[in-house]
Design a protein around this ligand. Structure first.
Ligand SMILES: *Cc1c(COP(=O)(O)O)cnc(C)c1O
Length: 371
């Protein structure tokens, strides 16, 4: 564990050994031959890209990011791994992306030609089999790829597709993967060396069948499973904490926070925590059983989450003191709050909770296998 200075108001502790464990789960599922494209966009889902990517580099051969800035941040680590831009590049980003040797994602022949104009480029050709976002429509993909083969300056690194419902719709995802597999055989005749990839975390956990060439895990690397029954396989890497700034007793009938949505039904002891929605803590969790953990107890959030402070009920934990650390996501004694649980109470998803953790939240990395 780590010790965090008393003046730090809210912070995240990230265990790199958990990240190592989670990529090990990916490795065991896919076998030793397949490549792992570790998705580290959005500051490694809020976990801090530099230490996380250095840890993942032992197993991953490619890093996936969303944009040029993120690609440069990863390149600067000097891991020597390839870096793929997963989103569509803006026209204005193409030249830099090519010159800096990032693998770019391309959705059709015209876009491929624009990259070819920027010099020798490595492309990930994306096919839309049902995501409906980027990618060449499946019907015209072969024709587009034949056109790409005629272009100079292009190396097709990989052919890919994306799964919109691998955690929800087993049948649709299965049909997508079948369609992609059928196309792969035809594409192989055009580009024998291009590898293929389709599986995100939910795909890896729910749909991994037979040999695969590259997989693209994101969320599961951080220890949150999109498939609840598989959560026990993974180790959550991130613990989110905040200090108690103040402890007060409030009278029966007193109202708490904006809008006065909570009225104390009796005399209560409350603690004020030093974080709020400006730190990325979801605002929509008041009055629905959400809690912070203090001294190993569940302490319900009272009234609305405000920008910088949250009020919690510590009536059952009266020895709480200012300066104590509360846990918003993570374990405290026997109790646990996962990012997925917090997300469900906030009407969102774990991806959104992680990537929303704000800049005021200091990140501290440690390695439980070493210290
Ligand atoms: C973000 C992303 C992933 C990772 O998805 P998870 O659900 O977090 O595993 C995979 N592929 C693409 C194209 C992505 O944009």
């Amino acid at each position: 564990m780590i010790s965090v200075a008393d003046h730090v108001r809210t912070w995240a502790e990230i265990d790199l050994d958990a990240i190592r464990h989670n990529i090990g789960v990916v490795r065991r599922r896919i076998g030793s031959q397949a490549e792992i494209l570790a998705v580290v966009k959005a500051d490694a889902y809020g976990h801090g890209v530099a230490p996380v990517a250095r840890t993942l580099a032992a197993e991953a051969s490619i890093f996936g990011v969303a944009n040029l800035k993120e690609a440069r941040d990863v390149a600067a680590l000097g891991t020597g791994r390839d870096i793929m831009l997963l989103s569509a590049c803006l026209p204005a980003e193409r030249r830099d992306a090519v010159e800096e040797k990032f693998i770019v994602t391309v959705s059709g022949a015209d876009e491929a030609a624009a990259f070819a104009d920027c010099g020798p480029a490595r492309i990930n050709f994306k096919i839309d089999t049902g995501m409906g976002r980027i990618g060449c429509s499946a019907d015209s993909a072969l024709e587009a790829l034949r056109a790409v083969r005629q272009m100079r300056n292009l190396e097709v690194h990989s052919i890919s597709t994306h799964l919109p419902s691998a955690d929800e719709d087993f049948v649709f995802t299965g049909s997508q993967l079948e369609k992609f597999a059928a196309m792969k055989n035809q594409i192989r005749e055009i580009f024998p060396a291009a590898k293929n990839h389709a599986l995100n975390s939910a795909g890896i956990l729910n749909h991994h069948v037979g040999p695969t060439e590259i997989v693209r895990p994101g969320l599961m690397l951080y220890g949150a499973s999109p498939i609840l029954s598989m959560q026990k396989e993974l180790r959550p890497a991130l613990t989110w904490k905040a200090r108690v700034a103040m402890v007060r007793d409030v009278a029966k009938g007193a109202s708490i926070s904006y809008g006065r949505t909570f009225i104390a039904p009796e005399r209560m002891r409350v603690a004020v925590l030093a974080l709020g929605y400006a730190d990325g803590f979801p605002r929509h969790v008041s009055g629905n059983g959400s809690a912070a953990l203090l001294h190993g107890n569940h302490c319900p959030i009272l009234g609305r989450v405000t920008m910088d402070q949250i009020v919690v009920d510590v009536s059952a934990t009266p020895d709480v003191r200012p300066g104590d650390a509360a846990t918003l996501v993570g374990n405290d004694g026997e109790q646990q709050i996962t990012a997925t649980e917090l997300a469900a109470r906030a009407g969102t998803i774990a991806w959104d909770i992680f990537t929303g953790i704000g800049q005021r939240v200091q990140r501290f990395h440690y390695d439980s296998a070493v210290n």
